[in-house]
Design a protein around this ligand. Structure first.
Ligand code: BG6
Ligand code: MG
Length: 220
């Protein structure tokens, strides 16, 4: 029986994935790099500098570390403008109900986002108090798909990874959950999130996974 659920934030609980997309789009435009939804899909769940590296790899120009830092800061300033007006109305459908269901089932609730803006976003959404533990992205050495962030959340919640399930919208995020030895609930397109144990279109379909599903998945 599961004892904890660990949520991703961007693209799962709120549509900040859209804001990240818009901010990277503008940055890519200024650098003359072609950027679209398909490219953006690879950036989901990837930390800020990692995302920037992927975008700049598509440019013929070489960038110094100082230039990269300036571009990352520029993107983040734009992103901060976009999230500044967020309110609890920006919770995605089913998000509050999912958090309620997890609480009602007696699960510990964690948040594993590599975003350094996660605390701000939770605050704006008014849901900080609903989490037993929120990983501070600044303390993570290796971003998703490395399992570090989900393992840290489990450890801080006092639950072994096998008793946790993770909820993710990104390919890199699902890989991180699986590498941590947890059950993965994908949120989005099942063709994109094929590595997840179960995929739901959005949190309105969120159910606490039962042991039967886990056993079945372990066998196959
Ligand atoms: C992840 C997003 O949650 O956070 C990525 O999926 C983003 O798109 C990453 O790049 C880092 O966010 P931030 O706020 O630290 O730049
Ligand atoms: Mg995400």
């Amino acid at each position: 029986r599961y004892q904890a659920v660990i949520f991703d934030l961007d693209g799962v609980i709120t549509d900040t994935a859209r804001y990240h997309y818009l901010a990277w789009q503008r940055l890519a435009d200024t650098q003359g790099v072609h950027f679209d939804e398909a490219f953006n899909e690879h950036l989901k769940g990837i930390d800020r500098m990692g995302s920037l590296e992927l975008i700049l790899a598509a440019s013929p120009r070489r960038y110094t570390d100082a230039e990269k830092l300036a571009l990352a800061t520029e993107k983040n300033e734009h992103y901060k403008e976009l999230i500044a007006t967020m309110t609890p109305a920006d919770l995605l459908p089913g998000a509050t109900a999912a958090l309620d269901a997890a609480r009602a089932a007696g699960l510990k609730i964690g948040l594993a986002s590599v975003s350094r803006n996660a605390f701000t976003v939770l605050d704006r959404l008014g849901i900080t108090h609903r989490f037993d533990y929120v990983v501070d992205a600044g303390t993570i050495a290796r971003g998703k798909p490395d399992p570090e962030i989900f393992l840290k959340a489990a450890r801080e919640l006092g639950v072994v990874p096998g008793d946790c399930f993770g909820v993710e919208d990104a390919v890199a995020g699902v890989a991180s959950i699986k590498a941590a030895g947890m059950f993965a609930v994908g949120v989005g397109d099942p063709r994109v999130l094929a590595a997840a144990d179960v995929v739901i279109p959005d949190l309105t379909a969120f159910r606490i996974p039962c042991t039967a599903i886990t056993n079945k998945t372990t066998i196959t």
